[in-house]
Design a protein around this ligand. Structure first.
Ligand code: BYC
Length: 329
């Protein structure tokens, strides 16, 4: 971003607006409007929280995966989600908030995580449906975020999307195996898709005319597409994939619209979405209780890591002192 010479607020704002208009990246040390910073903190924190809460429904199946191969794959995937949380908390920290503060807001319900993770994983097929639909929806939403105007978030998204694309394929492959298996396995796959389809469409957020933040976030080039545009893109991708899987999407109104060049789909039950956001989804309480417990039980790990880092940095200072021949205080 070009250096700011004038010190007036308008001059800073003009430089910021010009950088956004020119598709340049805003970096942590650049001046930015406070509302831009707050919007990014809200979205990135919510995204980070979703990654770590999202570990729970899938981790539920690690001990019961049907083979060693499936278990190894699932463990790697759940571990990837933890990694995504770490990149995202680090990106949020560049905006001047601490990870402790963000976790505290998650644990006290002052920040959200994605609605999708408040649904239970009832059978092994749910792991496949999450990979195919939930990770698929996440990629559709996150690929445009690789071009987000805020540099650290955009860069984190590049790696996240590469990993999500593996996740999506493993889910598709696991569902395909079930769909082509015994009639009972096929029925299990169909049941999982029936339960995960509509909540996956809700992941994209409320319809455009009810989306409080979309207009401003798109003007700032944080979001590149509206919630409804991305939802439509996802439906268009999923319909042929469902056909290849030999599974049916649970929507009788789903049909190709030649004129629009898109699939039409049925009405989403937004009252369900609002209830889940209010904390009344099937697993809201379980997810947050488990998260708080994991945080408390992990206190000794954080303390040990901090003590190790402090010891390590003392030793490093000692080494440098020896090298320069300076006396230590
Ligand atoms: N769930 O004005 P809007 C993953 C809230 S993790 C809950 O449209 P915005 C994975 C919204 O926050 C993937 N809340 O908002 C992990 C706002 O409330 P506040 C997670 C939602 O921000 C493990 C209000 O509704 N992905 O892939 O412009 C295993 C009005 O909405 C939801 C991300 O986080 C929702 N679904 O647009 C497997 C992507 N939708 O904050 C997979 C990054 C909306 O004013 N985030 N709300 O209280 C985004 O792209 C945007 O934040 C959204 C919403 C599209 C989600």
């Amino acid at each position: 971003m070009t250096a700011v010479t004038a010190d007036s607020q308008e001059a800073y704002e003009a430089v910021f607006n010009a950088a956004v208009a020119a598709d340049e990246r805003i970096e942590p040390r650049d001046w930015m409007p406070e509302a831009y910073r707050a919007t990014l903190i809200r979205q990135i924190a919510q995204h980070a929280h979703s990654e770590i809460i999202g570990m729970q429904p899938e981790a539920n199946w690690i001990t019961r995966a049907p083979s060693l191969r499936r278990k190894a794959i699932l463990m790697a995937k759940v571990q990837d989600e933890a990694g995504h949380g770490l990149y995202l908390y680090s990106a949020a920290e560049t905006l001047g908030v601490s990870r402790d503060e963000l976790l505290d807001k998650l644990h006290s319900g002052r920040q959200k995580y994605s609605s999708i993770f408040n649904y239970p994983t009832l059978t092994w097929a749910d792991v496949g449906a999450i990979g195919w639909l939930v990770d698929g929806a996440a990629i559709t939403n996150q690929v445009p975020l690789c071009r987000c105007s805020y540099g650290p978030y955009a860069r984190a998204m590049v790696r996240v999307c590469k990993e999500e694309s593996f996740h999506q394929r493993q889910g598709y492959e696991a569902l395909l195996a079930l769909s082509k298996g015994t009639p009972a396995q096929h029925a299990m796959a169909q049941d999982a898709v029936d339960r995960w389809w509509w909540p996956s469409l809700m992941m994209f957020g409320p319809p455009d005319d009810e989306s409080a933040h979309s207009a401003q976030s798109m003007a700032w080039k944080i979001k590149r597409h509206s919630n409804d545009e991305l939802r439509q893109r996802f439906v268009d991708i999923c319909v042929p994939q469902a056909e290849s899987l030999g599974l049916t999407l649970p929507d009788p109104d789903l049909r190709w619209n030649e004129e629009r060049g898109h699939y039409d789909f049925g009405a989403i039950d937004w009252s369900e979405f609002r209830e889940v956001l209010k904390g009344n989804g099937p697993c809201n309480e379980q997810r947050i209780t488990q998260r708080r417990r994991a945080h408390e039980e992990g206190a000794w790990v954080r303390e040990a890591a901090a003590a190790y880092a402090a010891k390590h940095s003392d030793r490093k200072t000692g080494d440098e002192t020896r090298e320069t021949g300076e006396a230590t205080a």
